[in-house]
Design a protein around this ligand. Structure first.
Ligand SMILES: *Cc1c(COP(=O)(O)O)cnc(C)c1O
Length: 448
């Protein structure tokens, strides 16, 4: 069977909360002022209670609301595909499967959380959401979601992507959102950073500060984050729950599960439903791939850090490169974040996830091979997962094994990046050792 499609009535009806499974548990988020565990009341200034409950929940199954289900059905269930042509081209005995999240209206997994976040905000009377976006995928997803609930949306888009990906703006505009390049003149923190460095390429950490400033300064506005947080991972488990059923239908249990990691939500969402099996003794190799130019998991520190530059977010215990780290302007904008989901970070600490890094050029090469074999052009972020799957398949090409990876998005709006690759304009960045050391020096001081 090449492709496994579920029926709508076979879709999961609950998300899977993996937090209670984490052997070493999670550390609580801290108030940036007092450095004590943050109170839900304080977070309620920018998040709806429905999402805060999920953020702190210890329940394993959390029901997907009917309104969210109806929106999921615009593109879900998504197909699971066996990459037979890629296998042939590689000459491997491994079977490679991918879960295609590129079939959503904006081309990535991001709407899985965007529609849920818009729903809970709308239910609690919020009229407007402010957010950040890197490559524009999250901004597109949230614009789609807010348009469905008749809400307004303001998107702070990281400067280098704003210039690289003009059609992402067009998508957001079509869905009625208001977009500005970050750092912008619209916020105090944006103006301050622009005054210091008018040509900055920007970063997600800066864009998050701007969105939070916007949300905190207006009564009608909440803030939405596209990755990292527990509730975002929770919503993305719809990927893994469907994939697990589809792999059963294919009669293949995964030996290796691969994903690309920006803030960690698509990879965590794919692997979460497999963690209980792993804990019961099933052998699964979970491998998360990140760019060598922004090596949060492989070059960062596990520590409390802020999610944004102006230290407005709670302090989160995660793998981090330091909130002042400005990664090189690689084309996988969705992977340019200094932090990693606490869930992923804890699973690395507990030796369940194996983190790896890969360079930009080998990823584009893998992406082109994938396009020419499987016929789908991957997003630059997704090429990291494809490169990862190829590495895993070619380790022991004669050993039959099942590899599952998440195809997080298509690249049809990223063709400028492919142009640069074909024109020989892309290069690999060496590991930014000095910048990381300087940025890690400014981690907040937490007494234990
Ligand atoms: C945002 C994005 C990612 C990275 O985000 P995660 O939170 O790590 O999943 C990966 N692929 C695509 C296509 C994206 O848009």
């Amino acid at each position: 069977m090449k492709k496994i499609i579920l029926r709508e009535d076979e879709m999961p009806t609950s998300w899977y909360n993996v937090v209670p499974d984490i052997p070493g548990g999670l550390m609580p988020p801290l108030d940036p002022e007092t450095k004590e565990p943050i109170s839900p009341e304080k977070l309620a200034a920018v998040f709806p209670m429905g999402l805060l409950e999920q953020e702190m929940s210890e329940k394993r199954l959390i029901e997907i609301p009917q309104e969210v289900m109806e929106l999921y059905k615009i593109w879900r269930p998504s197909p699971l595909v066996r990459a037979t042509k890629l296998e042939e081209a590689l000459g491997t005995k491994a079977k490679i499967f991918f879960k295609n999240e590129g079939v959503s209206p904006v081309g990535s997994h991001k709407p899985n959380s965007a529609v849920a976040q818009a729903y809970y905000n709308h239910r609690e009377g919020v009229k407007r959401l402010a957010t950040e976006t890197g490559a524009g995928q999250w901004g597109s997803a949230l614009s789609l979601a807010t348009s469905k609930f008749g809400m307004e949306c303001k998107v702070f888009m990281v400067r280098c992507s704003f210039d690289q990906k003009p059609y992402r703006k067009s998508i957001m505009q079509t869905f009625g959102a208001d977009i500005v390049a970050s750092p912008s003149e619209d916020t105090a923190i944006g103006r301050e950073i622009l005054a210091k460095d008018p040509n900055t390429s920007g970063s997600l950490a800066i864009a998050i500060s701007e969105a939070l400033e916007d949300a905190s300064s207006r009564k009608d506005t909440n803030y939405a984050l596209g990755s990292v947080l527990n509730h975002v991972v929770l919503h993305q488990t719809v990927i893994g729950l469907e994939a697990k059923k589809q792999m059963e239908i294919a009669g293949a249990y995964p030996d290796v599960i691969v994903g690309c990691c920006g803030g960690g939500s698509n990879f965590a969402g794919l692997i979460a439903p497999y963690i209980p099996d792993y804990l019961e003794g099933r052998k699964i190799d979970f491998v998360g791939y990140e760019p060598a130019s922004c090596p949060t998991m492989t070059g960062g520190k596990l520590a409390y850090d802020s999610g944004d530059v102006s230290m407005m977010t709670p302090l989160i215990y995660m793998h981090t490169l330091g909130h002042n780290f400005i990664p090189p302007g690689i084309h996988a904008g969705g992977l340019r974040y200094h932090g990693m989901a606490p869930i992923i970070s804890a699973l690395i600490r507990d030796d369940i996830i194996r983190p790896k890094s890969v360079h930009q050029l080998e990823c584009f090469e893998a992406g082109v091979l994938f396009a020419r074999t499987e016929g789908i052009i991957p997003a630059p972020e997704t090429t990291h997962a494809i490169r990862g799957a190829i590495i895993e398949a070619m380790k022991e090409p004669d050993r039959p094994k099942n590899i599952l990876f998440n195809f997080s998005g298509h690249g049809l709006i990223d063709m400028a990046a492919y142009d640069s690759y074909f024109n020989g304009e892309l290069h690999d960045y060496s590991f930014p050792t000095e910048e990381i050391a300087a940025s890690l020096a400014s981690l907040p001081c937490i007494k234990k």
